[in-house]
Write a protein that binds this ligand. Structure first.
Ligand SMILES: [Zn+2]
Length: 164
């Protein structure tokens, strides 16, 4: 796997809502775009109060979260029609292109793909034609979208294990 975690390949710029991460070069479908490099927290050790998006936390296991790294991975926005998906390996959490991405395109993932929390949701204004208006747990995604993400292998094992 090529190391795409370097900021040479990505820039943080003004996006539709605040800041976002944009491609400086082409990424082919399946290529690693970046690695999440924050510290790991258990649910009990999360900051209180906690805001997953403002504080840059990503759920990575039933009871584990990755905190902010201070790098580009903190600034990747949600989209209901994302360019990337999260792949959780052991070790390593990566963002991988789920379609070809052109220069200047925004790097996004669907936050719902990693969410199995029951406690937290937010309004979505990603602007996609497919926008679901709410970002909620994976289990609330429409079936066709769940199937698409499962085919792309970006639905984490901890969610598929517990999903009804
Ligand atoms: Zn949306």
């Amino acid at each position: 796997m090529r190391d795409r975690a370097s900021t040479d390949f990505l820039s943080i710029k003004r996006a539709k809502n605040g800041q976002g991460v944009f491609a400086n070069n082409v990424f082919k479908k399946g290529e690693t775009v970046l690695e999440f490099r924050g510290k790991i927290f258990t649910k009990n050790n999360l900051p209180n109060p906690y805001d997953a998006v403002e504080d840059h936390y990503v759920q990575i296991e039933k009871d584990e979260y990755m905190g902010p790294s201070g790098g580009v991975d903190d600034f990747v926005n949600h989209s209901c029609e994302p360019s990337c998906g999260v792949k959780i390996y052991n070790p390593g959490i990566f963002l991988v292109a789920i379609r070809d991405i052109g220069v200047g395109e925004e790097i996004t993932w669907d936050y719902s793909t990693t969410m199995d929390e029951d406690e937290w949701e937010m309004d979505c204004c990603c602007g996609s034609k497919l926008c679901r208006k709410k970002i909620r747990d994976y289990k609330y995604l429409p079936n066709d979208i769940q199937e698409k993400y499962q085919k792309l292998a970006i639905a984490p094992a901890y969610i598929l294990r517990t999903k009804k």
